[in-house]
Every structure is written in C-alpha cells, then in structure tokens.
Design a protein around this ligand. Structure first.
Ligand code: 4AD
Ligand code: MG
Length: 447
C-alpha cells in the first residue's frame, strides 16, 4: 500500500498505517540480527525495527550514527513491556540511506562525546546541537519566543524591527562595537530602546525581539557579545504599572508554555523541578537591598586592589556575584528598584521628590540574577538635554530622540529582557552560552 509521508511528531494518528519518515540515525543497536534504530527528524524520535531481508543489506550492515535515512513501514504499538518514544515503532519494509555519515576516526561519536572539552564543543556547535539536550533547549527557545509574542500582542503591543546599525549609544560608550560605515563612525546597537520610544506617538505601545551587541570583555556565564533582546515600551504608564507589565509578560508566557504539551515536555526534560513563579514578585528598593546585603554579610570586592572585601555602602553598584547570592538566598524572582542615578543610564526618570534615585528596576531570577532591566524615561526635553551634557554625550546625533519630547511628550517607560538569560532560568542551564544558537563571546565568532 501507499505510504503516508509524515514528520515524527504527527505520527500518532497514523497507527497501523504504512508511513514514510525521513531523518537522522540518532541511536542504534543490534540484537540477534534485528537492527533497532532511533531516528530523529527535529520534531521527535522514532524507533524503527529492521529485521530479515532489510537488515541484511550492505547499507544496513555499514549504517553509521548521524547518517540520513528514509524509512517506510507499518507503524505499530510497541509490544507490552517495552518502551519507545511515542509508544510506537516502525516495522520497516523498505528503506535507504540518503547521506552516509563517516565511520572510523571521523565517526560522529569520535568528534563529539562526553569527553569533549569546552573548546571542542564550541568549535563543533553545529554537531553538538544535534544532541538531545541542545536540541531541546533550542526548540524550547522557539516556543518561548512564540509565547512572548502571543502575550505581548494580547496586551496590545505592536512588533517593530528597529535597525541594528546605529549612530547613538544607549547603555554607555564602553561596550560599543564600533565600525566604519561608508567612512562614518557607526555602532552595532546595544538596545533598541530609543527607537521604540519614538514609535509611541505613531503606532502606540511597541516591542521588538532583536539582536543587541555588547563589547563587554566579560567571560561570565551570563554575558554574550551578541544576544537576543526582547524590548517593550509603553506610553502613559506609571512605574508600578511598568513592573506589573514585566511580571505579567513573564508569568503569562510561562503559563502558555506549560499549557502546550510540547513545550511542557521540554521544560520537564530540561528542568524537572520547574514551578511557575508565584505572583506578585517581591519588590525591594535599592536602599533596602543595600541594607539586606549588609544584614546577610554579603560583601563586595575592595577597590584598593588588596583582594579583600568590604561591606556594601549606599551608592555602590550591586555586582553580579552579590546579586546572584541574593537571589539564591531569596529563592524567588525579585524586582530591585530605585537605583541611584549615578549608576544608571542617562535617560532614566528621577523619582519625584527623591532626585538622587531613578524610577528604574532590575528583575532578578534565582540561579541567573538580572534578566530584565527597565525604567521610566525622562519625559522633559530640557531635563534630557541636561542629562546629555552631564554624561558628555553630544546631543546632535540624538535629535530624533529629543524630538520625542519636543513634539507632544508623554510619561512612558520600558524594559529589555535577555532572552538567553530567561531561557537559562527556565531550562536550568548553567550558562547563557547553551541558550543561544551560535553563541558569541569575547574571541568567538565561529561557527
Ligand atoms: O540592563 P540593560 O543593559 O538595559 C538596556 O539595554 C535597556 N536599554 C533596555 C530597555 O529598557 N529597553 O539590558 C537589558 C537586559 C539585561 O537585563 C540582560 O538580561 C540582557 O539585557 N543583557 C545581556 N544578556 C546577555 N549578554 C549580555 N552581555 C547582556 N547585556 C544585557
Ligand atoms: Mg541592566
């Protein structure tokens, strides 16, 4: 009979029919002249059974892992007492090798295996990503982006695609990638925030999911040189409403992932203990956070080069190590808010009546630390011009950003969320490098 062509994910309704599947040999074992192979096609795994004539061909006797194959046969329920992905297996009556992978020294398992060091794994990312864990993370990442979009669209934000080639900085000159743009200086964008702000009077509340670039020479487990940045900007909101929105974005997106059996299974596979965070998230002001760090004896490195540690004091930055210890002790998401203006970017709105501090927030997650940074923006043109001056920023290239205030200003605020950091939290990965398709960090732009 004619075989039905199907992706592995869609096989369930095709039980007892003759089907045709194409994929890659993921595992194989032989047992008394019967060849069991597990085939992978990106949508799932399927066990196939080759016996008799089809198991005795040259191709069958020399079949290697990661070869691509086409298999045709009847899809049957696995015999009682046995297990296989999806509870079924393919009894192959015809098959062929499409692309044989090498054996011997060049065999896949000789290139990538448990003993591969980090350098090898980075160079062989294109092969490593075929593994069960890496492919699950990448598939979950796709579901996560879809869930974010669904949530943002539900809350009436519109998606835009701002440019990556820019001539303005957002988060300080120190981390800019500079390039020659037809003889003019330009940068790879650090954040699309300024462009999002200009969209408010045009198309209303907006978001983007766009690459951002940071020339940060930090070899940490949460820094990339290029990362996927989800940014949102909302008009006519208050600072509390901004934090509520960020909380809603994360919680509703997680709910979508848990309600979908495919993404729920990936979360279960990668992070079996995952529980959706309780709402509302804890909110802790910067001033209270400094007191909390002192109470808990969490110090910061001294600046005198002695290698010693000192207590946190008012005005100090809360660095990565302290932040992570704090979230690990608290054990739930925490909004830190109201950071001192000196520690934060030029565009942040001051707290009315408490001008040393800003209406800014960082959302910290257990195991990762900061995953979102957001703030209310200065809405007054003169105040913004004074801020450029204070930071030593030439206002000329920012004329379009300043015009946002000049032509009908509004109270507004927004945020940026590091997609790889959120995924590291959700999928319980040690480093954001495992949460990016082809991660970039200092010295690495290959493959
Ligand atoms: O805190 P950041 O620098 O804030 C901004 O860029 C704002 N302009 C965003 C906005 O308000 N629209 O970056 C936002 C988030 C961080 O919280 C972090 O999750 C992520 O971006 N991030 C990085 N992720 C990976 N590698 C890096 N080097 C990152 N730098 C920031
Ligand atoms: Mg930040």
């Amino acid at each position: 009979p004619q075989a039905v062509k199907s992706k592995i994910l869609n096989l369930a309704p095709l039980r007892d029919q003759r089907v045709r599947v194409r994929g890659w040999v993921h595992r194989k074992r032989e047992q008394s002249k019967i060849l069991f192979i597990v085939v992978r096609d990106g949508t799932g795994l399927l066990q196939a059974v080759l016996s008799g004539r089809v198991a005795q061909t040259y191709d069958a006797l020399t079949l290697t892992l990661e070869s691509s194959v086409e298999l045709v046969g009847k899809l049957v329920e696995v015999p009682a007492g046995q297990t296989a992905p999806g509870g079924h297996e393919l009894v192959v009556d015809w098959w062929r090798t499409l692309g044989a992978a090498p054996g011997g020294a060049e065999a896949f398992t000789n290139k990538v295996n448990e003993d591969s060091g980090p350098e090898d794994r980075a160079n062989l990312r294109h092969l490593v990503m075929r593994g069960e864990t890496a492919s699950a993370v990448l598939t979950l990442r796709a579901h996560l982006l879809t869930a974010f979009r669904a949530t943002l669209i539900k809350h009436q934000l519109i998606e835009v695609t701002p440019p990556c080639l820019v001539q303005t900085q957002v988060e300080g000159g120190a981390t800019l990638f500079k390039l020659d743009y037809y003889g003019q200086p330009a940068f790879l964008t650090q954040s699309s925030q300024l462009y999002l702000e200009t969209c408010l009077p045009s198309i209303g509340d907006v978001f983007c999911i766009q690459e951002s670039f940071r020339a940060e020479n930090s070899h940490t487990r949460r820094h990339l040189s290029e990362y996927t940045h989800l940014e949102g900007e909302l008009a006519f909101i208050t600072f509390d409403e901004l934090m509520d929105h960020i909380e809603t974005l994360i919680c509703e997106s997680v709910d979508i992932l848990l309600a979908n059996p495919h993404s729920a299974a990936l979360i279960k596979q990668l992070n079996p203990d995952f529980a959706p965070p309780a709402r509302p998230f804890k909110r802790l002001s910067y001033v209270d956070a400094i007191a909390w760090l002192r109470e808990h004896g969490i110090k910061r490195p001294a600046e005198d080069g002695s290698g010693g540690e000192v207590e946190h004091a008012m005005g100090d930055d809360i660095a990565e190590a302290a932040e992570r210890r704090m979230t690990d002790i608290i054990g739930t998401p925490v909004f830190l808010h109201g950071f001192p203006a000196e520690l934060k970017a030029f565009y942040m709105k001051r707290i009315p009546g408490n001008e040393k501090f800003t209406e800014s927030c960082d959302l910290l997650m257990p195991g990762v630390g900061e995953i979102v940074g957001g703030s209310m923006r200065m809405s007054d043109e003169q105040e913004l011009i004074a801020a450029y001056r204070r930071e030593g920023i030439d206002p000329a290239p920012y004329y379009w950003y300043t015009d946002q205030r000049k032509y009908g200003t509004c109270e507004h605020g927004g945020y940026g969320l590091g997609v790889e950091r959120l995924l590291a939290w959700l999928a319980n990965r040690f480093t954001v490098r495992d949460c990016s398709l082809y991660p970039r960090w200092p010295g690495r732009a290959t493959p």
